[in-house]
Design a protein around this ligand. Sequence first.
Ligand SMILES: NC(=O)c1ccc[n+]([C@@H]2O[C@H](COP(=O)([O-])OP(=O)(O)OC[C@H]3O[C@@H](n4cnc5c(N)ncnc54)[C@H](O)[C@@H]3O)[C@@H](O)[C@H]2O)c1
Length: 362
Amino acid sequence: MKQYTEEIKMEKQKRKQLKAKKGAVRVATVGCGLHAILNIYPCLPRISEIDLVAVCDLKKELAQQNARYYGAKVWYTDFEKMIDTESPDGVIVVGPPPMQYQIGKKILERGIPIFIEKPVTWSIEESETLQKIAEEKNCWGQVGYMKRFSIPYQIAKHIIEKGDLGRITQITCKYACGKYPPKLWNLPEPKMCSLLGHEVHIIDLFRFFGGDIEELFAMYHCISEEQHGYCVSLRFKSGAIGSLSTNSFERWENFDEYLSISGEEAYIVVDQMARLKFYPRNDWVTVPKVNIQNLSMNWATSGRTSIKTEDRIGYYYELKHFATCLKEKKKPSVSLEDGIQALKTAYAIFESSQSKRPIKLI
Ligand SMILES: NC(=O)c1ccc[n+]([C@@H]2O[C@H](COP(=O)([O-])OP(=O)(O)OC[C@H]3O[C@@H](n4cnc5c(N)ncnc54)[C@H](O)[C@@H]3O)[C@@H](O)[C@H]2O)c1
């Protein structure tokens, strides 16, 4: 212990001598696995508000390699040593939910905000524990529900907030992928794996647009241990209704994501997070003597001006939001509470599909 404390003292001195990036917050990361290196780390050097001070993984070679690739000043294999030495403003934690729980807890206990991947933890109780610690320490956690930050969904939100859609009346979605691992994170129930590992994304998106879900009824179909489908009818607290079809019957190569939001005499469709069509209540152009129909406003990625995937689907903007919240000492727009609500909804979908009964969430 004495040696550990001495080492930390020496390291702290060294760190002070390293100049921080001007005006940026000091961020450290834990976990250099697949999702981290494919989607999260590549965004960091482009975010001017982030100074990546350290990277940690149990596997030394991964920590070393990713510190080099993404410009971290140092790397660690022991996250507690990293936190105590570097005193970062915030920590990004990316890994399987049991790891995220163990590590997230220790970081929040030190009063340091975290960015943590969805579904946060796989039990509701564990996510509630994280939230409780965060509250006690006057701290917070942002959950990696990046779809909220994806460009077409942000456009849709903006249209809605401007009042151009009217009240939201109905939300419809198809979310389909290929075979899903039945032993994910050692979950005891294979039928739950895609719900907790994957479909929580779209559940959170429903809440983003429709608000809290009051009641739902789900049907379930399965053709193998890795291929499940859920068909969910639901009602939001606002009175609006929704319908969500998810499955792992199709192919990852043809991943399908389609969301339609109906308002009052107007609707928005977002297709594959790559195209948005807005059909407004009033025509935006009139041509004498011509009865124009299907007057939609479109947004799509295209050709030479195509947007980086990590920006379009939200990874870049969610991490920028994390940095802004750290810098301005404000709470994130997607919180541990949102993580808990998405988990509660996923469990309710499962319970309803098995009991063949509607479930009330509020
Ligand atoms: N938002 C999205 O679109 C999206 C997509 C895929 C995955 N995810 C989420 O990302 C997470 C999985 O991330 P991944 O694919 O990078 O995980 P992974 O399992 O590939 O890697 C985890 C890494 O953490 C390291 N690690 C484990 N315990 C550690 C500890 N105590 N200290 C330091 N390092 C430790 C491991 O050595 C490993 O390298 C899941 O929560 C998943 O739901 C999100």
